[in-house]
Design a protein around this ligand. Structure first.
Ligand SMILES: C[S@@+](CC[C@H](N)C(=O)[O-])C[C@H]1O[C@@H](n2cnc3c(N)ncnc32)[C@H](O)[C@@H]1O
Length: 445
């Protein structure tokens, strides 16, 4: 499916289930910087219609400059600058110049009550309100499958700004973006660096076709290509910078090979945004976690179907062995750092908290091995676990939580990741005593 610009096939007929599940993995938690703030599955309802085929913006209804849109755009850019997300005047200029609405037609906005409001920029009567929604600092759902799971979105502008600043670009640099989506981020990059310096790849040919048209209409011509971004895009390598706008469990080896020494890879690994500097071709690469971030997970193909929360609960509904286990407390289990560390240390393991009259239950599910654990607190520091499958997921989680507690609860900013040339990932953390490697290993994803 990969190829040079122009080699993309027509939109795939099936828009498939993406990883809304992964984002609901931690529902109940709201990250400061999120691609998504996702409600529980039951609240995933739509006001209006967000048809997958129409949602990808086959008809982009607006590119003409509107004074109203421009005023809103400038206001949002200033808001991002005041919030400390935009510091470099060149990025402020890009956010003031590139019209986000040019990359959208139908889109959905999460509302505080958990519902989603769907907007159509082609609806003249509602256009001003739709534009106001475009220029709020929120992620916009732009594509979903028939079951309502997100397959693409326009990331919250503050997270986009944070990432673009963190990319530390300079004039003349070549950038590879993984996850073209609407094309808005590619347009910002093209505005900043010049179209010839930007390559953007998305696994979904329909999205690439639409993004390419939107980009052209907005006056940008970066290379927008179809393919699995996990393989990078070697025809235009080496890159000075690689920015992934879909989430990964591990950094693919191809990224280490295609980014030049001294270059930077910025990606969301688990629920943390990490900036790695590549020291040699093919690695190693190392760098700090910068913030919490939760992205639409990478898909190897558009046909990939991910489990949902319903699937997690169905898996963990069977009979299992019962035992008494130590319980670190809900405050620790729900602590962002523990959620983050679990996402990195236990890739693919999904978590749901059930809160009913009978009390709270912590559920872990691993669909690869069929392992699961359901844990309910008995006493202050003791719980009853019901488990099945080859993995003892509760024990694995406790090792992660205990290691963080024993380290004195370091904040995210103390943590970093090292990726070896052999692909091995190592989590490190720094304190006044120097840098240490985490006591739990990071298995391959
Ligand atoms: C959060 S959206 C990207 C937002 C985009 N940067 C924008 O400005 O609109 C994540 C995107 O990653 C894409 N994606 C998922 N798996 C991928 C893969 N293996 N290779 C490339 N793109 C992928 C999805 O199709 C989706 O469009």
């Amino acid at each position: 499916m990969s190829g040079l610009p122009g080699a993309c096939s027509a939109a795939s007929a099936s828009n498939v289930v993406d990883g809304l599940h992964r984002l609901m993995d931690h529902f109940g938690l709201v990250f400061a910087a999120s691609d998504w703030i996702v409600p529980p599955e039951g609240a995933w309802t739509f006001i209006g219609d967000l048809n997958p085929q129409r949602a990808v913006g086959v008809t982009v209804t607006t590119t003409s400059p509107s004074p109203h849109a421009q005023a809103l755009r400038h206001r949002l850019a200033e808001q991002l600058a005041r919030g400390g997300y935009l510091r470099d005047p060149a990025w402020l200029d890009a956010f003031r110049a590139v019209p986000r609405e040019a990359f959208l037609s139908h889109f959905a906005v999460p509302s505080p009550d958990g519902d989603h409001r769907v907007w159509d920029l082609g609806d003249v009567a509602a256009r001003d309100d739709a534009l106001a929604a475009v220029y709020t600092d929120t992620p916009l759902l732009t594509q979903r499958d028939a079951e309502g799971s997100a397959t693409s979105s326009s990331t919250a502008p503050s997270l986009m700004a944070l990432m673009l600043e963190a990319l530390q670009v300079r004039d003349g640099m070549n950038v590879l973006e993984i996850g073209t989506g609407t094309g808005y981020n590619a347009a910002l990059l093209a505005h900043r660096l010049g179209s010839d310096r930007v390559t953007s790849i998305d696994v979904d040919p329909g999205l690439v076709d639409t993004a390419r048209r939107s980009l052209e209409r907005a006056g940008y011509r970066p290379a927008a290509v179809c393919g699995d971004g996990a393989a990078g895009f070697s025809p235009r390598a080496p890159y000075d910078r690689l920015i992934a706008t879909c989430g990964v469990a591990r950094i693919p080896e191809s990224w280490l090979r295609q980014v030049r020494p001294g270059g930077v890879i910025l990606a969301s690994v688990g629920f943390g945004l990490v900036r790695l500097t590549v020291s040699q071709p093919g690695g190693p690469a190392s760098g700090p976690f910068l913030d919490y971030a939760s992205f639409t997970p990478i898909r190897r193909t558009t046909e990939q179907v991910s489990p949902t929360t319903r699937d997690d609960l169905a898996l963990a509904d069977g009979n299992g062995a019962t035992r008494r286990v130590p319980f670190p407390g809900w405050e620790v289990l729900e602590e962002r750092m523990v959620v983050f560390l679990r996402s990195v240390a236990m890739p693919g393991v999904r978590q749901v908290t059930l809160d009913s009259r009978a009390g709270k239950e912590y559920v872990l599910a691993d669909h690869v091995t069929g392992s699961w654990a359901r844990v309910r607190q008995n006493h202050e520091d003791e719980a009853q676990a019901v488990e099945n499958g080859p993995r003892r997921l509760w024990d694995e989680l406790c090792v992660v939580a205990e290691s963080w507690l024993a380290a004195g609860r370091p904040p995210l900013a103390s943590y970093g990741l090292e990726v070896g040339s052999d692909g091995r990932h190592e989590l490190w953390w720094e304190s006044s005593g120097g840098r240490r490697v985490s006591t739990f290993p990071l298995p391959p994803a």
